[in-house]
Design a protein around this ligand. Structure first.
Ligand SMILES: Nc1ncnc2c1ncn2[C@@H]1O[C@H](COP(=O)(O)OP(=O)(O)OP(=O)(O)O)[C@@H](O)[C@H]1O
Ligand SMILES: [Mg+2]
Length: 361
């Protein structure tokens, strides 16, 4: 069992409070991703769990033991950083063995453990090379091997892939997912890349300004964003947002915007007549329609972005630039009139002032 419990965790730098009352239970074997924009406090939290940063308030427990006052090496954690800084003058073998040698682990045991770790990560052919003789992805694997060899209770990753090119990132992402499948070590992974978060996480912790905005599985966060911020942060291409006013007449509920009306069921949302709201709809949830009318979005295609299989069609609607993701084979040309419909169940509505989702519980 290696669960992690953060309760009421605060971090202050002088008078500045950068983490505010952070509460989270991470289960044994779970892969949790801290996601959020630059400066929201992801690394600070991870470093507090690792013991590289003092905890100003609250408690971090690993395996039921408060670790606030334990040295990093006594917490049973291993961390992999963005700048993994291998020792350039040492061989890969010595880089991986470094920590164990310092702990005076017998040579035969080091040999044995390196064999296992190098096998798992496909590093066997490179053990006698120097770091400069490896590719970026191979070097990153060495950094992971260095963490793995300590057989930690908890893996902590801080943007480990952000120095790699797109293709290598994808490759390493798959390797990290496989590694977790095999080892099942409790993992906390920091990134600002939502794709990385969506593909790796059992649960995503989406942060903003030092506090939790939403915690959930990738599907929960994608399908049921709790706030406008979450809705805008998750999903590519970005969710479309249209400013609307809630209208209630003759028993029917509608969202009115500049020159359009969209009917909604009151069952699915908690709405008030006259309320200012923001309608959210994801580009892949818009489908080409034949006739415009109620419950459609129509306009003139002003930009087409070809993605291969799909294309993103942009058009102006209710004063906003809106995007629809359609099959490239049935894609319009710039200047064409376009009409899109959508399934009611794919709509999101947020209060314009609080930013909170108006979806009924
Ligand atoms: N030593 C420090 N003194 C004062 N403020 C700090 C210090 N270290 C970090 N901060 C502030 O704490 C906040 C959180 O920083 P942190 O590095 O945790 O962000 P992050 O989410 O990891 O961002 P990024 O994605 O850019 O790495 C930031 O506003 C940062 O300016
Ligand atoms: Mg960071």
């Amino acid at each position: 069992m290696s669960n992690i419990v953060c309760s009421g965790v605060d971090k202050n730098y002088g008078a500045i409070n950068v983490i505010k009352d952070f509460n989270l239970d991470i289960a044994d074997r779970e892969f949790v991703v801290f996601l959020g924009p630059s400066g929201c406090g992801k690394s600070t939290l991870l470093r507090m769990i690792a013991g590289l940063e003092d905890i100003s308030g609250g408690t971090v427990s690993i395996d039921g033991t408060a670790v606030n006052d334990l040295e990093p090496r006594d917490r049973g954690v291993a961390m992999v950083f963005q700048n993994y800084a291998l020792y350039p003058h040492m061989t890969i073998y010595d880089n991986i063995a470094f920590g164990l040698k310092r702990m005076k682990v017998p040579k035969a045991e080091i040999d044995e453990r390196i064999k296992v770790v190098a096998g798992t990560l496909g590093l066997d052919p490179y053990l006698s090379r120097k770091p400069t003789e490896l590719s970026g992805g191979q070097q990153q694997r060495v950094a992971i091997a260095r963490a793995m060899i300590k057989t930690p209770k908890v893996f902590l990753f801080d943007e480990p892939l952000s120095n790699l090119d797109a293709k290598l990132r994808h490759h390493m992402r798959v390797e990290i997912a496989r590694l977790h499948q095999n080892l099942q070590t409790t993992t906390v992974y920091v990134t600002h890349d939502q794709l990385e978060a969506m593909t790796l996480a059992d649960r995503i912790v989406l942060m903003k300004g030092g506090a939790i905005e939403q915690v959930g599985t990738p599907a929960e966060i994608y399908e049921r964003p709790r706030t406008l911020f979450v809705a805008g942060f998750i999903g590519t291409p970005n969710m479309n947002f249209i400013d609307v006013t809630v209208d209630h007449a003759d028993g029917a509920w509608a969202l009115r915007s500049e020159g359009s009306e969209i009917q909604v069921s009151q069952d699915a949302f908690n709405l008030k007549p006259g309320q200012k709201a923001v309608l959210g709809i994801r580009p892949p949830d818009l489908t080409p329609a034949d006739i415009s009318g109620r419950n459609t979005l129509a306009g003139t295609a002003d930009l087409i972005e070809f993605h291969g299989n799909d294309a993103l069609v942009s058009f102006k609607f209710a004063g906003k630039e809106v995007g629809a993701l359609v099959k490239a084979s049935s894609c319009p040309r710039t200047g064409d009139r376009v009409v899109y419909s959508f399934d009611q169940s794919r709509l999101h509505i947020f209060d314009a002032n609080s930013g909170l989702s108006l979806r009924a519980a």
